[in-house]
Design a protein around this ligand. Sequence first.
Ligand code: FES
Length: 114
Amino acid sequence: MSEGIRVADADEIEEGEALTVDAETAGTADDIAVFHSDNGNFYALNDTCTHEEASLADGWIEGDEVECPIHSARFCMRTGEALCLPALVNTRAHRVEVRDGEVWLYPNQAPQDA
Ligand code: FES
Protein backbone atom coordinates (compact mmCIF):
# COMPACT_ATOMS: atom_id res chain seq x y z
CA MET A 1 0.00 0.00 0.00
CA SER A 2 1.59 3.23 -1.09
CA GLU A 3 2.15 6.26 1.06
CA GLY A 4 -0.06 9.22 0.49
CA ILE A 5 1.21 12.21 -1.47
CA ARG A 6 0.44 15.68 -0.17
CA VAL A 7 -0.94 17.45 -3.24
CA ALA A 8 -1.76 20.96 -2.00
CA ASP A 9 -3.70 22.86 0.59
CA ALA A 10 -7.38 22.37 -0.15
CA ASP A 11 -7.91 26.09 -0.70
CA GLU A 12 -5.15 26.15 -3.35
CA ILE A 13 -7.41 24.27 -5.79
CA GLU A 14 -10.48 26.34 -6.67
CA GLU A 15 -13.82 24.60 -7.07
CA GLY A 16 -14.17 23.56 -10.72
CA GLU A 17 -10.39 23.36 -11.14
CA ALA A 18 -7.85 20.54 -11.13
CA LEU A 19 -4.14 20.02 -10.96
CA THR A 20 -1.96 17.13 -12.01
CA VAL A 21 0.50 15.00 -10.10
CA ASP A 22 3.09 13.75 -12.55
CA ALA A 23 3.49 10.02 -13.05
CA GLU A 24 7.01 9.96 -11.65
CA THR A 25 5.88 11.53 -8.38
CA ALA A 26 2.79 9.34 -8.20
CA GLY A 27 4.63 6.14 -9.16
CA THR A 28 1.99 5.42 -11.77
CA ALA A 29 1.96 4.88 -15.53
CA ASP A 30 -0.08 8.03 -16.16
CA ASP A 31 -0.19 11.44 -14.55
CA ILE A 32 -3.05 11.79 -12.07
CA ALA A 33 -5.56 14.65 -12.20
CA VAL A 34 -6.86 15.81 -8.82
CA PHE A 35 -10.19 17.61 -9.15
CA HIS A 36 -12.02 19.95 -6.79
CA SER A 37 -15.63 19.65 -7.81
CA ASP A 38 -18.31 22.29 -7.60
CA ASN A 39 -19.99 19.88 -5.13
CA GLY A 40 -17.11 20.52 -2.72
CA ASN A 41 -15.56 17.06 -3.05
CA PHE A 42 -12.11 16.13 -4.28
CA TYR A 43 -11.58 13.28 -6.77
CA ALA A 44 -8.64 11.81 -8.69
CA LEU A 45 -8.46 10.03 -12.05
CA ASN A 46 -5.74 9.04 -14.48
CA ASP A 47 -5.17 12.29 -16.36
CA THR A 48 -5.13 11.01 -19.94
CA CYS A 49 -8.52 10.48 -21.54
CA THR A 50 -9.07 6.86 -22.61
CA HIS A 51 -10.28 8.01 -26.04
CA GLU A 52 -7.21 9.88 -27.24
CA GLU A 53 -4.60 12.03 -25.54
CA ALA A 54 -6.47 14.86 -23.84
CA SER A 55 -5.73 15.90 -20.27
CA LEU A 56 -8.85 15.47 -18.15
CA ALA A 57 -7.45 18.10 -15.78
CA ASP A 58 -8.33 20.58 -18.56
CA GLY A 59 -11.89 19.29 -18.72
CA TRP A 60 -15.18 20.62 -17.38
CA ILE A 61 -16.16 19.51 -13.90
CA GLU A 62 -19.77 19.20 -12.79
CA GLY A 63 -20.86 17.25 -9.73
CA ASP A 64 -19.07 13.92 -9.79
CA GLU A 65 -18.44 14.00 -13.56
CA VAL A 66 -15.68 15.45 -15.73
CA GLU A 67 -16.09 16.12 -19.44
CA CYS A 68 -13.09 15.70 -21.72
CA PRO A 69 -12.05 19.02 -23.29
CA ILE A 70 -11.49 17.52 -26.76
CA HIS A 71 -14.43 15.28 -27.77
CA SER A 72 -16.68 15.63 -24.69
CA ALA A 73 -16.59 12.10 -23.32
CA ARG A 74 -17.68 12.16 -19.68
CA PHE A 75 -16.22 10.13 -16.83
CA CYS A 76 -17.51 9.48 -13.32
CA MET A 77 -14.87 10.93 -11.00
CA ARG A 78 -15.93 8.60 -8.15
CA THR A 79 -15.40 5.39 -10.11
CA GLY A 80 -13.59 6.21 -13.36
CA GLU A 81 -16.49 4.83 -15.40
CA ALA A 82 -16.76 6.11 -18.98
CA LEU A 83 -20.30 7.50 -19.17
CA CYS A 84 -20.68 8.30 -22.86
CA LEU A 85 -19.08 8.07 -26.27
CA PRO A 86 -16.57 8.50 -27.71
CA ALA A 87 -14.82 6.97 -24.69
CA LEU A 88 -15.36 3.21 -24.54
CA VAL A 89 -12.85 2.37 -21.85
CA ASN A 90 -13.14 3.26 -18.17
CA THR A 91 -10.30 5.13 -16.52
CA ARG A 92 -8.84 4.59 -13.07
CA ALA A 93 -10.03 6.44 -9.99
CA HIS A 94 -7.67 6.96 -7.07
CA ARG A 95 -8.31 7.64 -3.39
CA VAL A 96 -8.13 11.25 -2.22
CA GLU A 97 -8.53 12.51 1.33
CA VAL A 98 -8.69 15.98 2.80
CA ARG A 99 -7.10 16.12 6.25
CA ASP A 100 -6.46 19.26 8.26
CA GLY A 101 -7.05 21.36 5.17
CA GLU A 102 -4.58 19.41 3.04
CA VAL A 103 -5.35 17.25 0.00
CA TRP A 104 -3.71 13.80 0.05
CA LEU A 105 -3.58 11.44 -2.92
CA TYR A 106 -3.19 7.65 -2.60
CA PRO A 107 -2.19 6.44 -6.07
CA ASN A 108 -3.61 3.09 -7.14
CA GLN A 109 -5.86 2.82 -4.07
CA ALA A 110 -9.57 2.64 -4.76
CA PRO A 111 -11.66 5.59 -3.62
CA GLN A 112 -13.41 4.72 -0.37
CA ASP A 113 -16.92 5.22 -1.70
CA ALA A 114 -16.38 3.61 -5.13
S1 FES B 1 -9.72 12.73 -26.27
FE1 FES B 1 -11.23 12.64 -24.70
S2 FES B 1 -13.08 12.25 -25.76
FE2 FES B 1 -11.56 12.27 -27.33
